[in-house]
Design a protein around this ligand. Structure first.
Ligand code: MTE
Ligand code: MO
Length: 229
């Protein structure tokens, strides 16, 4: 059964806010993460998953614009394992409440630590038994299947752990980023009910898929440069 307002599609398109269609990560070879805990200097982990237990997760993916891709298989490390082993030792227990997630393409969002600690939240570097491709967030992405796709940060580059619930989107478009964005509760955005945002967002799917496909094609044509033609 699909969550309220979602429609399954057969493929898994590259997707996002249209201004990101032509933005790409600059670093693809290392699963590096910058980790900032409260006001301490950021710590750079060159291989953020190394030494942590690996797992796979089969999950459906729900974009806020109403499309869903079913049965994706992700590989990586549970966020909770990452937190317990790499972050918790640096801070008194119970201090961290919110997390800012930043990506190599400039995208950012937030999640509550409580939501990130769920069993099905992964730092993923594999999709369907293959290394994660650029389309879907190489070299490292977050996967949080119970939250709308806009929380599943691709090209993840930095995590900021805070004692407060952060807000990264201000002004008239702040409604786009709900602090939790839980799919089951249809928390598509702030201020407006889910059923209304459904109707506003759904017509944007075809042009967005097209723009992200065109952006990818352009990137591949410009970056291959004959290296493996
Ligand atoms: N860095 C980054 N992460 C992102 C986005 C983006 O544009 N840039 N788009 C978000 C949105 S709205 C969705 S639906 C999913 C899409 O993931 P996909 O491109 O792997 O399908 O990524 C999310 N994470
Ligand atoms: Mo989305």
């Amino acid at each position: 059964m699909l969550p309220p307002g979602q429609i399954a599609r057969a493929d898994f398109p590259r997707f996002g806010l249209s201004q990101y269609a032509e933005r790409f990560p600059s670093q693809l070879t290392e699963r590096a993460l910058s980790v900032q805990v409260l006001s301490a200097a950021p710590l750079v982990l060159r291989d953020a998953l190394s030494g942590l237990p690996r797992t796979t997760l089969q999950a459906d993916f729900h974009c806020v614009t109403t499309w869903s891709s079913l049965g994706l298989v992700w590989g990586g490390v549970r966020f909770s394992d990452f937190f317990h082993q790499r972050v918790a030792p640096l801070v008194p227990s119970g201090t961290i409440v919110g997390v800012v997630l930043r990506a190599q393409d400039g995208y950012r969002t937030t999640l509550l630590l409580e939501d990130l600690m769920a069993d099905d939240v992964l730092l993923a570097d594999e999709l369907n038994a293959q290394p994660l491709c650029i389309e879907h967030g190489a070299p490292l992405r977050l996967v949080a299947p119970r939250h709308y796709g806009y929380k599943s940060m691709k090209h993840l580059s930095k995590l900021e752990f805070l004692a407060t619930i952060p807000v990264v989107k201000h002004g008239p478009l702040a409604f786009l980023d709900h602090p939790r964005a839980r799919v089951a509760l249809e928390e598509r955005g702030l201020w407006f009910p889910g059923w209304l945002l459904r109707r506003l967002y759904r017509p944007l799917i075809p042009s967005t898929v097209k723009a992200f496909r065109a952006g990818m094609l352009k990137y591949k044509q410009s970056s291959v440069g004959g290296s493996d033609a």
